[in-house]
Design a protein around this ligand. Structure first.
Ligand code: GRF
Length: 197
């Protein structure tokens, strides 16, 4: 059973998707720990409802200690709005998964998060956007890509309607990527992820 920690900063709909998938056994893992960098976010309530250890912590040393205390095997960033300390990224190389609400390498990197991503998508007038799940490396949204999903941008879409369509896809590919990780089916070679389905 893979011990999973989920780092959050907001509403936690991606966290909820992961919790539900572990409880339904779709994912062969258990969410042991939820850490938010912000007090009082709904994601913490979601965790507590499922009797999952949930706390607010900003100190990097303490976050590292919590990961060790809970014997975490996989860290999932689900709407987490902080850059991880290098020590954590090094220790958990190819064991930290992030979900980003665009088709990386478009509309990603510093400053591209939440609605800012979708506002840029509308402004640029792209015809397709989507979501990306990737392993986390030292950069911002630069790690090996695990999975992507495409969402069509309709002419009457705005940032909010696109966000809703993308979020549905985020939940799907995040769950599926974690499922494959827990089955040890993800290999990384020369910066590319190979799925041994
Ligand atoms: C959303 O913008 C999502 O695209 C991104 O983080 C934000 C919050 O997601 N991954 P959540 O509902 O807190 O999981």
């Amino acid at each position: 059973m893979v011990n999973i920690a989920v780092l959050v900063s907001g509403g936690g709909t991606n966290l909820q998707a992961v919790i539900d998938a572990t409880e339904s056994k779709e994912i062969n893992g258990e969410v042991k720990l939820v850490i938010s960098n912000k007090e009082g976010v709904f994601a913490l309530e979601r965790a507590k409802k499922h009797n999952i250890r949930a706390l607010t912590e900003k100190d990097n040393e303490k976050i590292l200690a919590l990961m060790e205390e809970e014997n975490i095997d996989l860290i999932v960033l689900a709407g987490y709005l902080k850059i991880l300390p290098e020590a954590l990224v090094k220790k958990y190389k190819n064991k930290i998964i992030n979900i980003h609400p665009s088709l990386i390498p478009s509309f990603c990197g510093m400053g591209y998060y939440g609605s800012k991503v979708h506002e840029a998508v509308i402004k640029r007038g792209v015809k397709f956007t989507g979501a990306t799940v990737h392993f986390v490396d030292e950069g911002a949204d630069t790690g090996p890509i695990i999975m992507q999903a495409v969402v069509k941008v309709d002419q009457d879409d705005d940032a909010s309607s696109i966000a809703k369509k993308v979020l549905v896809e985020e939940h799907k590919i995040l769950k599926d990527s974690i499922r494959l990780f827990c089955l040890n089916k993800l290999d990384v070679k020369d910066g590319r992820v190979y799925i041994n389905e």
